[in-house]
Design a protein around this ligand. Structure first.
Ligand code: B4P
Length: 191
């Protein structure tokens, strides 16, 4: 199985590159952000809880997203592999993911860390907000999401570096060129 974690700050291109990866490698895409946004649009109990955090740029509590992940992995059974997009975002989520995969006798193959400067991240998210109308893509919320990223998510880099799974990807430039650096890494794992 090929299990890819696509990792990076908000706006670093995780969702964008995941779409290309699914198409090329036929993996099952798991985006916790998308799952949560779907629940918000349904105004489900989970969605209403999640919205309170997301609209402020905060992370949804670990136990909520870990539970979501556990259910998705269990209901998908054994596939060709997964792309984890936007999960894990905290150390406890990283530890939980290792356990969930281990339970299914598999493991993370690689963690692709998308490197992009803060000014570029903000610029991209502001642009996306104008098109998509996403309520968390405004200056104030973006600043808080970046702060949350550096405080809670970035420490995971060390966790994966110690496991020998972290690969840094230059995340600035054309979407095609970035994808081509990613496929170089992924193809080297397949052959
Ligand atoms: P996510 O949905 O994961 O979204 P994101 O981090 O904001 O964006 P992403 O990195 O996917 O950017 P994209 O490719 O779209 O999270 C949203 C929120 O959900 C979080 O803030 C949190 O509250 C909550 N959440 C999700 N997962 C959670 C978890 N595990 N635990 C707790 N809370 C969780 O790219 C952004 C823009 O840039 C797009 O418009 C794109 O077109 C553009 N772009 C991409 N690549 C580009 C390039 N190379 N050049 C120029 N523009 C580019």
């Amino acid at each position: 199985m090929l299990n890819i974690v696509i990792f990076g700050a908000p706006g670093s291109g995780k969702g964008t590159q995941s779409e290309l990866l699914i198409e090329k490698y036929g993996l099952t895409h798991i985006s916790t952000g998308e799952v949560l946004r779907r629940e918000i649009s349904k105004q489900s109990e989970l969605g209403l809880k999640a919205e309170a955090y997301m609209s402020k740029g905060e992370l949804v509590p670990d136990f909520v997203v870990i539970d979501i992940l556990d259910n998705i992995i269990a209901s998908n059974g054994i596939s060709k592999g997964f792309i984890f997009d936007g999960f894990p975002r905290t150390l406890p989520q990283g530890e939980a993911l290792d356990k969930m995969l281990d339970k299914n006798r598999t493991a993370i193959s690689v963690v692709l860390s998308m490197d992009v400067e803060d000014a570029e991240l903000t610029d991209r998210l502001i642009k996306r907000g104008k098109i998509s109308g996403r309520s968390d893509d405004n200056h104030e919320t973006i600043a808080s999401r970046l702060k949350v990223y550096y405080n809670h998510t970035e420490p995971l880099k060390e966790f994966y570096k110690e496991q020998g799974k972290l690969v840094s990807i230059e995340g600035t430039g054309s979407i095609e060129n970035i994808f081509s650096s990613i496929t170089e890494v992924v193809d080297s794992l397949i052959v």
